[in-house]
Design a protein. Sequence first.
Length: 459
Amino acid sequence: MTHRGSRVLHVGSLARVEGETALHLRTDGDRVVEARLAIYEPPRFFEAFLRGRSHTEPPDITSRVCGICPVAYQLSACRAVEDTCGVVVDGQLAALRRLLYCGEWIESQTLHIHLLHAPDFLGCDSAIDLARTRRADVERGLRLKQAGNAIMELLGGRAIHPVNVRLGGFHRVPTTTELRPLAEQLRRARDDAQETVRWVAGFEFPDAGCDNDLLALAEPGTYAIESGTPTVMPAPHTAGLPAGSDRALPTRTFGVRDFSSHVVERQVPHSTALQSQLDGRRHLTGSLARYAISGRWLSPIALQAAQDAGLGDPGQGTVCRNPFRSIVVRAVEVLYAVDEALRIIEAYEPAPRPHLDVPARAGTGHGATEAPRGLLYHRYTLDADGIITDASLVPPTAQNQGAIEEDLRRLVQERLTDGDATDADLTALCERAIRNHDPCISCSAHFLNLTVEQTGRGS
């Protein structure tokens, strides 16, 4: 079947992603004219909800942005408000925050790997279909997710929308006795996580490469999760390299306080999510960016698993820019999170107080953490009474939307150039490409600029 004229591909609702979005693709002969990821969920106005509320409320309110990664929103909110008020949480309270975040990484990344993404590589339409033929693999994923949920329940009070997080720390901290059975479960989970890396490394991966700047937090000596400095690795083309180059490039950094000066949001007509550009260019945040920027700080067991899985050695300047192989990077991150959780538990001594006091202070504060899907930024302005007068949330999917659209355009262009492709072929390719990035649609649809212009009588 030959397509020489124009055609339009429209997928009204994508499966196996969190939230609701549509895909619109238009070609003219063998040329891709337009690729749009249309996020059509209603805007959720979380910034507006926060204005006029007390400075103590953002951790609980923003956790409702996402049921899959509520901790990311809670801890980004805490960091921003604490920054405003001049409070630094350290010691065992900071370690417990990192442990809680490890729980979210484990359960969220595992959900995506086993139930949403793996079916693409194994010819299955769904996780239910996958369970019929690969039951042991699905059960292993469910055990891993249970381990992540167990951390969330113990530290957060419950697995979804935790209630134990507050400014300055926690309402209650666990005892060493309470953590002991959790450690036993995590030791078993570490074996499952290693097996998962081996499993996904055996998938067949199309040749592909992203040519975007990579943005992630970095903190020397550790794989950045709950804190760090925004760090940029430039796109390969800036150094004259092909899009799929596995060579690391020199990075640059900027302060969290300067985030809005570098990452600029704009409204696009086809989406309720704002799109972002990093210093005027498309950028990508998430697992590929974290591995490229901080991979050398993985624990020994995770770093060895990454090398055995064919990801190369980031300590020697090797990165992964193939979005299809992001499932391998996520599996390595799950293994790291399990190993890191065990390290924190083994070194744990209960803090003398469950939280530090965070008295209100006028000013503007900034916070950023690494949600499973990428860098999440919060900014709050408080008055002297601690009332929020301005709030800004920049989720990772909104940042990635432009890079995802470019990824779609490039992949379809290559497929059209290589030969004839049916609409069904292109649809399947595009859906796979979108799921590579694990987009959290609901998180991204949080804001909308609305202008009402009235003319005529009574205006």
